[in-house]
Design a protein around this ligand. Structure first.
Ligand code: 13P
Ligand code: SF4
Length: 450
């Protein structure tokens, strides 16, 4: 039997800054709890160390050879918050239309306030596409997002990631060599991967979540597959099932399982592929009968959400509306009232006409910002421990000031470039996604019957 513990929630809500909450905790001015007090330090203290840094992914194993950030010049490490703000504003004013700053929903407030566009990974990929005249696109997000912006932008445009250590631990869980090896093993079971059966279907279509390296997107493009985001995963799976008997889905097992389950695919036809085991740890029969093969990847931010937290929220807040991101485990999605992408969550809150209590299962920076922007509602993060995405957190205003002032001085630092042999098939997989999504279709989410 599960024991429920009622825990204090972080004080907020009018202040959208998670950093302020963490600093208050470290200073002893708040009764809230954080997963790591090192979060109050500048991320440059972690740049030279291997690992994802403090925050939700700190226990994940980082691949050797992951990009590291060189030393941030001292002047940016020493600058006060106010100085950095003023320098960023001045550099942006000097650069004008030459630069576009994109900010993912999970970025810290101190960075978001300087972004020209704020959105989810799909919206920001489109924002990059729609600014062909800017010389530089500064992507305040994580590595795979900057790669995607490079794929969709013009060759003359430079895409800049302010801190090269801002990767994504989930994206890193699908390594291109492991994926190639998986494909070869599947070929041994299914035979010719290009052969169509009596229904006109090939044995398997690879589908990758946007949260994957360009190399994986390139693999998918070369093998007739497609990219999806959390806002169009169902549309993309429908596209794949029109062309293939099965889907190989990576890297996020939870998005794959939650989406396919909502479409009626039975759980027993969704074996997991663990790249460290022969045939992914499944039997030949399981692989033959599979409808969706799920790569053994997960997000350490969304894995923190639990059914117990939802039960606690329902006890403490009668009538609470629980919305979680589909990267959460299946039991959490099932226990919630609704599940949907970051933009779905934002729109659901903004569409509520009556004052409502929302418990949200996604990254805390977005939740706290939504709480501050919607004072008519009570909005809190399901996880009572303040534990932001470790890698999104690596972007600090000090790095943003550095890359912008470098541009003013004529230097492009931290450029992200996808090599042409990977870029062409990766772009194909992205273009299939853009074509598969009807332009006027709303971002998808699903509601659990009560
Ligand atoms: P979105 O696709 O909603 O932007 O989410 C990206 C992400 O990293 C979620 O963990
Ligand atoms: Fe990656 Fe999870 Fe962070 Fe998103 S929230 S960037 S999936 S680690």
């Amino acid at each position: 039997m599960t024991t429920l513990t009622l825990q204090p929630r972080p004080e907020s809500p009018a202040d959208p800054s998670v950093d302020h909450v963490i600093r208050a905790i470290v200073a002893g001015d708040s009764t809230a709890e954080t997963c790591n007090t090192d979060l109050a330090e500048g991320p440059w203290n972690f740049d030279i160390r291997p690992g994802y840094g403090p925050g939700s992914s700190m226990g994940d194993v980082i691949p050797t050879g992951s990009p590291r950030q060189g030393e941030l010049p001292q002047e940016y490490r020493d600058a006060t918050d106010e100085e950095l703000d003023a320098r960023i504003i001045a550099a942006k004013a000097t650069l004008g239309d030459r630069v576009v700053v994109l900010g993912h929903f999970y970025q810290r407030e101190e960075v978001i306030r300087h972004a020209d566009y704020v959105g989810d990974s799909f919206q920001l990929a489109n924002a990059a596409l729609e600014h062909p005249d800017a010389e530089a696109i500064v992507f305040c997000g994580v590595h795979f997002m900057a790669e995607t912006a490079d794929l969709l932008s013009q060759p003359r445009q430079a895409v800049i990631l302010p801190n090269l250590a801002a990767g994504c631990s989930m994206a890193d869980m699908a390594d291109i060599d492991q994926v190639e090896e998986c494909w070869e093993q599947l070929e041994d079971v299914y035979g010719d991967m290009d052969a169509v059966d009596g229904d006109g279907l090939v044995p398997v279509i690879p589908v990758t979540y946007m949260n994957s390296s360009a190399a994986i997107k390139g693999f998918v493009g070369r093998h007739g597959g497609i990219v999806c985001t959390s806002s169009n995963a169902q549309t993309v799976l429908e596209w794949a099932f029109e062309r293939g008997r099965r889907v190989l889905f990576f890297p996020d097992q939870h998005l794959g399982r939650n989406t396919a389950k909502a479409m009626g695919v039975p759980l027993e036809q969704m074996p997991m592929w663990n790249p460290r085991k022969p045939l992914g740890g499944a039997s030949v029969t399981e692989i033959e009968d599979a409808r969706v093969i799920l790569w053994h990847g997960f997000c350490s931010v969304h894995r923190r959400f639990t059914v117990e937290q939802i039960e606690t929220a329902r006890i403490e807040h009668l009538g609470v509306r629980v919305i979680v991101h589909p990267e959460c485990p299946m039991a959490v999605v099932d226990a919630a009232d609704e599940a949907g992408s970051t933009d779905y969550i934002r729109r659901a809150i903004e569409a509520a006409t009556e004052p409502t209590t929302f418990a949200i299962g996604t990254e805390v920076n977005l939740v706290q910002r939504l709480a501050a922007a919607n004072p008519q509602h009570e909005i809190f993060c399901l996880d009572p421990v303040v534990c932001p995405c470790s890698t999104m957190y690596r972007i600090h205003p000090g790095y943003l000031a550095w890359v912008l002032e470098s541009l003013v001085a004529g230097a492009v630092v931290n450029r992200i470039t996808v090599p042409a042999d990977v870029a062409d098939p990766a772009r194909l997989a992205l273009e299939r996604m853009l074509a598969a999504k009807p332009p006027a279709a709303p971002a998808s989410g699903w509601t659990n019957a009560s």
